[in-house]
Design a protein around this ligand. Structure first.
Ligand code: GLN
Length: 446
C-alpha cells in the first residue's frame, strides 16, 4: 500500500487519473491486515485497487466528476465495495471520469483531464478514463469501471489493457450512481485476462438490493483458462470491419483473426444489420433514462445548492444550472424531449423497438456461434481537445461497443497491437452469461 501510494503520487502528476486518494484509511487497513493476517482464500487480500468515482464508497468522497457532488460523502458502500472488502482488498483511491459517465474521453470531468498512459497528448478514452490510465500507467494492478455504452472497453482499448463489461445483471448496480439503468454495468480493468477473470469472480452475483441482478449461478471465470479453443466458432460482423474503421485498426483485427484460426477456431463473416442504428437508439434511450435518474440532484437533499435563491423553483433551476456541465445538460434536455407526451412515440418508443431488432440480430448469430469478434473502437486514442466541440463525432466513436449494452451482452477489450505507438483494442462479445467463453478465448489469444 505504501509503495502504491508513492507510485501514484509520482505518476499521477503526469496522468491525473485520481480524483481522491484514500491514503490514511488504506494505510490503516493495511496495518490491520499485517496484524490480523490474511485469509489465503482471499486472492485480493491486501491488493490496492482503484475505483471509478461513480461507485459510492462509505465515508470516502464520491463525486461522479460533477460539481453537483463535489463534497459528497456517501453513508454506505456499493455492493461491489462490500464484496471487495470481504476479500480484504484495499481501496487506494477514486478515479476520474466523464461527469456522470457521460462521454468517451474523460474530458467532461468537472475537475481535471486525465491523460493517456502511452501518450499524454492523447485522451485516455472514457468515461472510465481514470481507472484505465491508472492500470496502464502502472499505478495500480487493477481497477473498477462502469460501462453504459463502452466506458470500460473503449478506455481499455485506448490504453492497451484488458477491460470487461459483464452481462447485464451479472454484477449488482447498487451504489453505482445511475446514468442509464437498463444499460449500466460495473466491470474490471486489469493488465491480463486471468486477473480480470479473478476480479470479476469477486464482484459478481445476486444482490437483494438490485432487482435487476441475476440469480444465474456465477461460474469460476478463471477456470478452464488453458489456451485450448479448438473448434470454437467465431463470427466477425462485416459491419465491424466496414466504413469508418481506420486502416491500421482493420489490419490489426485481421491479424487477430488469423491468430484465432491458427489456434484452431473457425472464423466466419456474419451480419448484424441493425447495428448501424445503435448510436441513435442508444442516445435516445440512455439520455431518457439519465433525465429521469438525474432528477434526484435537486439542490435539496444532498450535493451543491445555489446561493441567492428566492423560492423553491429557483433552488432547482439555479443549483442544476450552476453545477451540471454542458454534456450532462445536453443529455437531460434530449432525454426529457424524447419522453415528452408529444414526442414519446416518435423517439423513445421507436428507439425501444429498434433496440429489440438489435437484440434479435445478436440472438441469430449466437444460435450458430460461440463468440463475436471485431475492433473495440474505430480508431486509436485521439488528441486531447480534438473532438470535444463535436458531439456527433464523439458519439460515433462508440458505434462498436454500444450494441453490446443495448443487448445486455458481455464484452471484452484486449490489446491487439499498436499503430503509431498507440494501442489497438480487440473486442470479444459473448452470449448472455457466457463470460467464460470470452475469457477462454482472450486467454488463448494474449
Ligand atoms: N461514451 C458513451 C456515452 O457518452 C458511453 C459512456 C459509458 O459507457 N458510460 O454515453
Amino acid at each position: 500500500v505504501k509503495e502504491t501510494l508513492t507510485t501514484i503520487k509520482e505518476r499521477d502528476q503526469k496522468l491525473a487519473a485520481f480524483l481522491t486518494l484514500n491514503e490514511q484509511a488504506a494505510l490503516d487497513q493495511a496495518a490491520k491486515l499485517d496484524q490480523q493476517g490474511i485469509d489465503p482464500a482471499n486472492i485480493l487480500a491486501g491488493i490496492p485497487l482503484a475505483i471509478k468515482d461513480n461507485i459510492v464508497t462509505k465515508n470516502l468522497r464520491t463525486t461522479a466528476a460533477s460539481k453537483i457532488l463535489e463534497n459528497f460523502q456517501p453513508i454506505y458502500d456499493a455492493t461491489v465495495m462490500e464484496k471487495l472488502a470481504a476479500q480484504q482488498a484495499v481501496t487506494i483511491g477514486k478515479t476520474n471520469l466523464d461527469e456522470f459517465a457521460m462521454g468517451g474521453s474523460t474530458e467532461n470531468s468537472a475537475f481535471q483531464i486525465t491523460k493517456n498512459a502511452w501518450d499524454q497528448t492523447k485522451v485516455p478514452g472514457g468515461s472510465s478514463g481514470g481507472s484505465a490510465a491508472a492500470v496502464a500507467g502502472g499505478e495500480v494492478l487493477a481497477a473498477l469501471g462502469s460501462d453504459t455504452g463502452g466506458s470500460i472497453r473503449q478506455p481499455a482499448a485506448f490504453n492497451g489493457i484488458v477491460g470487461v463489461k459483464p452481462t447485464y445483471g451479472r454484477v449488482s448496480r447498487y451504489g453505482l450512481i445511475a446514468f442509464a439503468s437498463s444499460l449500466d454495468q460495473i466491470g474490471p480493468f486489469t493488465r491480463n485476462v486471468k486477473d480480470n477473470a479473478l476480479l470479476l469472480n469477486a464482484i459478481s452475483g445476486l444482490d437483494p438490493h438490485d432487482s435487476t441482478s441475476s440469480n444465474q449461478k456465477v461460474p469460476d471465470f478463471a477456470a478452464g483458462l488453458d489456451g485450448n479453443i479448438k473448434n470454437m466458432k467465431i463470427a466477425v460482423p462485416k459491419e465491424y470491419l466496414g466504413e469508418g474503421i481506420a486502416e491500421p485498426v482493420k489490419a490489426a483485427i485481421k491479424q487477430a483473426i488469423s491468430t484465432f484460426e491458427k489456434l484452431g477456431a473457425t472464423v466466419d463473416e456474419v451480419s448484424l444489420p441493425h447495428s448501424k442504428y445503435g448510436v441513435p437508439v442508444y442516445y435516445i434511450i440512455a439520455s431518457s433514462e439519465a433525465s429521469s435518474n438525474l432528477q434526484r440532484f435537486d439542490g435539496i437533499r444532498y450535493g451543491y445548492r445555489a446561493q441567492d435563491v428566492k423560492n423553491l423553483e429557483d433552488v432547482y433551476v439555479k443549483s442544476r444550472s450552476e453545477a451540471f456541465g454542458d454534456e450532462v445538460k445536453r443529455r437531460i434536455m434530449l432525454g426529457t424531449f424524447s419522453l415528452s407526451a408529444g414526442t414519446y412515440d416518435a423517439f423513445f418508443k421507436k428507439a425501444a423497438q429498434v433496440r429489440t431488432l438489435i437484440c434479435q440480430d445478436f440472438a441469430k448469430v449466437f444460435a450458430d456461434y460461440d463468440l463475436i469478434l471485431g475492433p473495440t473502437a474505430p480508431t486509436t486514442a485521439f488528441g486531447i481537445g480534438e473532438d470535444i466541440d463535436d458531439p456527433i463525432t464523439m458519439y460515433m466513436n462508440d458505434i462498436l461497443t454500444i450494441p453490446v449494452n443495448l443487448a445486455g451482452l458481455p464484452g471484452m477489450s484486449l490489446p491487439a497491437g499498436f499503430a503509431d505507438g498507440l494501442p489497438i483494442g480487440l473486442q470479444l462479445i459473448a452470449n448472455r452469461f457466457a463470460e467464460n467463453t470470452m475469457y477462454r478465448a482472450g486467454y488463448a489469444f494474449e
